[in-house]
Design a protein around this ligand. Structure first.
Ligand code: DC
Length: 232
C-alpha cells in the first residue's frame, strides 16, 4: 500500500508571476488525479504571518523560524479550489493582496527562509503523484521531477491577466501599477542569489502569451502523459 514514505512522479511548473502557472498546475493535477502544491502560497503565508507579527522583511533568522513553526493547512474547498488556513483562520483572500505578494517576494530572497521551507515542500511528494508550481520547483526542490515546464508570458499580458483576476474578485486595481509591480517583482525573483527564477536546463519552455489556459493545459498534459508512460 502507498505510504507517505514513498515518492511519486513529480511535474514541476515554474515561471514568473501571472504566467498562468498556478491555474495550469491545478488543472493538470486534477486531470491526472495528482496532488497540487502551490509553493508561492507557502511564501505568501509566511509573508502574511510576518506582517501580522510586525516582523521586518530583513529579519531573516526570525522569518526562518516562523516558516518552520507556522501552522498552515491547505484544505480542499467545496468549489474545487484550495482554502489556505493560517492558525485555523481562512486567509485565502488575504494571500492574494499585493502587499502580501510584495512581502513574499522580498523575504523569498533569504536563503535561511528558503531552507526552512524545503522539507515542507518535499513532504508533498507521495503517491499517486504531484504537480508543483513556483520559481525553483524544477531547479532546487524537485530536481528529479519527470517533467519540468518553464511557463512564461510577456509582462504586459501578465499585468492584464492579473487586473482581470483582481477585478473579478472585487479587488480594486490599477493596470499601470500592476505592470510596474510585476516588472519590479520579476527583477527581484530573477536577480536574487539563492534559487533565482530560472528554467532548469532540462525544462520544456512554453510561452503562454498568445495561448488560452486550456491550450497550455493540453500541451502540458501531452508532455506529462509521454513522460509518465516512459517511467511506468
Ligand atoms: O507565485 P506567487 O506569486 O504566489 O509567489 C509569491 C512570491 O513568492 C514570489 O514573488 C516569489 C516567491 N516564491 C519563491 O521565491 N519561490 C517559489 N517556489 C514560489 C514563490
Amino acid at each position: 500500500m502507498a505510504s507517505e514514505d514513498d515518492v511519486a512522479p513529480v511535474i514541476t511548473i515554474d515561471g514568473p508571476s501571472g504566467s498562468g502557472k498556478g491555474t495550469v498546475a491545478r488543472m493538470v493535477a486534477r486531470s491526472l488525479g495528482f496532488r497540487f502544491l502551490d509553493s508561492g502560497a507557502l511564501y505568501r503565508v509566511v509573508a502574511l504571518a510576518s506582517l501580522n507579527r510586525g516582523l521586518a522583511a530583513e529579519q531573516a533568522p526570525a522569518l526562518a523560524q516562523l516558516a518552520r513553526n507556522i501552522n498552515v493547512k491547505f484544505l480542499s474547498a467545496h468549489d474545487g479550489d484550495v482554502q489556505v488556513q493560517l492558525d485555523d483562520v481562512d486567509v485565502t483572500f488575504d494571500l492574494r493582496l499585493e502587499k502580501v505578494g510584495d512581502r513574499a517576494s522580498r523575504i523569498a530572497a533569504h536563503p535561511q527562509l528558503r531552507e526552512a521551507l524545503l522539507d515542507r515542500q518535499r513532504r508533498w511528494n507521495y503517491p499517486p503523484g504531484l504537480v508543483a508550481d513556483g520559481r525553483d520547483m524544477g531547479t532546487v526542490v524537485f530536481p528529479d521531477a519527470c517533467l519540468k515546464i518553464f511557463l512564461t508570458a510577456s509582462a504586459e499580458i501578465r499585468a492584464r491577466r492579473r487586473y482581470k483576476q483582481l477585478i473579478e474578485k472585487g479587488i480594486e486595481a490599477n493596470i499601470e501599477q500592476l505592470l510596474a509591480d510585476i516588472i519590479d517583482r520579476d527583477k527581484r525573483d530573477l536577480e536574487r542569489a539563492t534559487a533565482p527564477l530560472k528554467a532548469a536546463p532540462d525544462a520544456v519552455p512554453i510561452d503562454s502569451s498568445g495561448l488560452a489556459i486550456d491550450q497550455v493545459v493540453v500541451k502540458v498534459l501531452d508532455f506529462a502523459r509521454q513522460r509518465l508512460s516512459a517511467i511506468s
